[in-house]
Design a protein around this ligand. Structure first.
Ligand code: HEC
Ligand code: HEC
Length: 487
């Protein structure tokens, strides 16, 4: 601060009043956003992204104390789950509904038992008219790779959803709760999601009055948050699954099963999650009744009806409390395909955290679906038990590879930063990625003799500040898992 004041004195003596105001504004800006940020300046849009990150984790919008980071935690892949929730102190703003005394959020804001046992957050996806009856309980999605997963289907590929929303966000692809007719400028884009998230999660009372219970974000804040969220995770489609080879034989069999080889029935995983992403396979001829065979890559919605299974955790752990979820719009059953590569370290899976483990998630697709209403639907993908495990292994290795890519990125960013605390943040996040890779591989005893030891070495090297060497080990770990020579 001393040197800043000194600078200011000197500037004041040199500058005219007008330029002085500009300088003052500049200094305010710098002070408000503390350090430069963890994105190095040569990255496109670095300034906006860094400010967006600051807003995401610090700005409460004059609300109940929560920030975006209350639910989308940076060191937990931008999500929360029952285990991470259990590690928070009782006074964490996530738990505003549980505060003692005269609490306007005590009823119909959250369902604390469902939050603690299942990691679920209350969402008024159909609007705020009937808070007591009209709500759903959803898990927190990870926010990674959104740059690849927002494009709605064209008219020719109409899957039963409408536009707006112009971009596909949220589990049902219809964005955050906002009254589009009252706010014609909101088009259900990622940038607009912030407005609905504040109204839903940040409010001080259930009146949800802007200017009283929270403040609306500025245009700049919307831009910065959008830029930050788009910078997270994978920035492009993964390599062609037909051209890569997994070095673990079971994972490679899983790759072929994922693509539909030796699989019964008309559908395969790749049809809806092309190359492990969230878009449809442009070469896949969808059978009638699933989605139009429009041969395009778009982020479409389907009705797997996972929310209607009997005996799902929500029924077992919190009997009768998990409400029906009607998906896109009103009563559609439609949910938006999420990415698969990012999945393995963000369990539990599906929109109400219905499944805890990778293999059980794959088994959902391969087994009969006994629904609450008595209907029994056939499996979505015809896999046998071995193939369920193969695809599980495939998804685990893909996820470990993505963790390594991300860790390398974070270390490279750290190397470009002068600010020690920003540098440390990137290196800490790189270590959490490595930890995730190790857990995901260990969960099915994969690559214990090659990639796993390399990940551990990389982690040690980061601690000792040997960053170039750490990157080398991570690159070796990727090579030990996936053969990309055919790409
Ligand atoms: C109380 C927890 C909570 C807070 C706080 C919160 N979110 Fe979320 N977020 C969720 C949940 C739950 C969903 C899933 C919503 C749905 O499917 O309807 C979600 C979904 C999202 C999505 C959609 C992601 C995707 O993959 O489609 C975005 C974007 C997002 N949040 C951004 C934000 C921003 C920006 C803020 C801060 C202004 C914020 N969230 C604050 C719980 C939260
Ligand atoms: C007909 C299209 C379709 C097919 C085929 C399909 N999925 Fe999905 N997938 C979806 C939809 C839609 C969702 C969202 C479901 C929900 O939460 O309601 C989803 C969710 C997922 C998720 C959850 C991600 C998360 O973050 O929780 C994973 C992982 C996944 N699918 C993997 C697979 C695998 C593996 C296969 C093949 C065995 C497969 N999917 C086949 C459409 C499909």
């Amino acid at each position: 601060m001393k040197s800043l004041c000194h600078l200011f004195d000197r500037a004041a003596s040199i500058l005219q009043p007008a330029s002085l105001t500009i300088l003052l504004l500049l200094m305010y800006h710098v002070a408000a956003f503390a350090s430069g940020g963890i994105m190095p300046q040569d990255y496109p849009n670095a300034g906006l992204i860094n400010n967006g990150r600051w807003i995401f984790f610090n700005e409460t919008f004059n609300g109940n104390g929560r920030t975006c980071g209350s639910c989308h935690r940076e060191d937990n892949n931008f999500t929360i789950d029952p285990k991470s929730i259990a590690s928070l102190p009782d006074d964490d703003p996530l738990f505003v509904a549980e505060r003692e005394g005269d609490n306007p959020l005590a009823e119909n804001f959250e369902k604390p038992e469902l939050m603690h046992k299942l990691g679920l957050i209350l969402e008024n996806t159909n609007g705020f008219d009937d808070l007591e009856h009209n709500y759903t309980m959803r898990s927190v999605p990870h926010l990674l790779a959104m740059r690849t997963s927002l494009t709605p289907p064209s008219d020719a590929a109409n899957d039963g959803t409408d536009t707006p929303p112009d971009e596909r966000t949220g589990w049902s692809g219809d964005g955050a709760p906002t009254d589009l007719s009252a706010n014609p400028e909101l088009r259900g884009r990622l940038r607009d999601f912030t407005v609905g998230a504040i109204r839903q999660h940040f409010t001080k009372t259930l009146n949800r009055e802007a200017g009283v219970d929270f403040r609306m974000p500025t245009e700049y804040e919307l831009d910065a948050l959008e830029a930050f969220m788009l910078s997270l995770g994978r920035q492009q489609e993964f390599d062609d699954f037909h051209l890569i080879r997994m070095k673990d034989e079971r994972a490679d069999a899983g790759r072929r099963n994922y693509l539909g080889e030796n699989v019964a029935g008309a559908l395969n995983c790749n049809a809806c999650h092309f190359n492990g992403g969230a878009n449809t396979d442009p070469n896949f001829d969808f059978p009638p009744g699933v989605t139009p065979a429009a041969f395009e890559m778009s982020n479409r919605s389907f009705a797997p009806r996972v929310e209607e299974l009997i005996d799902q955790p929500g029924d077992i752990l919190a009997g009768g409390q998990l409400p029906f979820d009607d998906g896109f719009g009103h009563g559609s059953n439609l949910f938006n395909a999420p990415t698969v590569i990012e999945a393995a370290d963000t369990a539990p899976f599906f929109h109400s955290n219905q499944v805890d483990t990778v293999e059980a998630m794959v088994a959902f697709y391969a087994t009969q679906r006994h629904l609450r209403n008595g209907e029994v639907l056939p499996p979505i993908v015809g896999l046998n038990g071995s193939q369920v495990a193969n695809i599980g292994a495939f998804l685990r290795v893909l996820n470990a590879d993505e963790n390594a890519r991300s860790a390398i990125d974070l270390i490279q960013r750290a190397r470009k930063l002068d600010d020690m605390s920003d540098r440390r943040t990137n290196l800490y996040l790189a270590r959490t990625e490595i930890q995730d890779a190790l857990e995901v591989l260990n969960g099915a005893n994969l690559h214990f003799a090659d990639a796993a030891p390399l990940f551990k070495k990389a982690r040690k090297l980061i601690k000792r500040g040997r960053l170039k060497k750490a990157i080398k080990k991570l690159e070796q770990a990727r090579d030990a898992m996936i053969d990309r020579s055919g790409v």
